[in-house]
Design a protein. Structure first.
Length: 63
């Protein structure tokens, strides 16, 4: 599983910590941009194996 986070997203550190603590074997990378700028400005966001996941906050997600 590949997880890509946006460097500019304000929740990137919190999401990275949450994933690393609960699933230490998941490959996480932080990219300059994941091309979801409108959503990225207001929600935690990640690309997981090319699927975009959007969170309500750093602990909840809705797809």
């Amino acid at each position: 599983m590949k997880v890509k986070l946006c460097k500019k997203n304000q929740w990137t550190n919190a999401v990275t910590t949450m994933i690393t603590e609960s699933h230490p074997n998941i490959n996480i990378s932080t990219k300059k941009c994941i091309d979801k700028c409108h959503t990225c400005k207001v929600h935690p966001i990640a690309k997981v194996d090319k699927e975009v996941l959007v969170g309500v906050d750093a602990k909840k997600s809705d797809n």
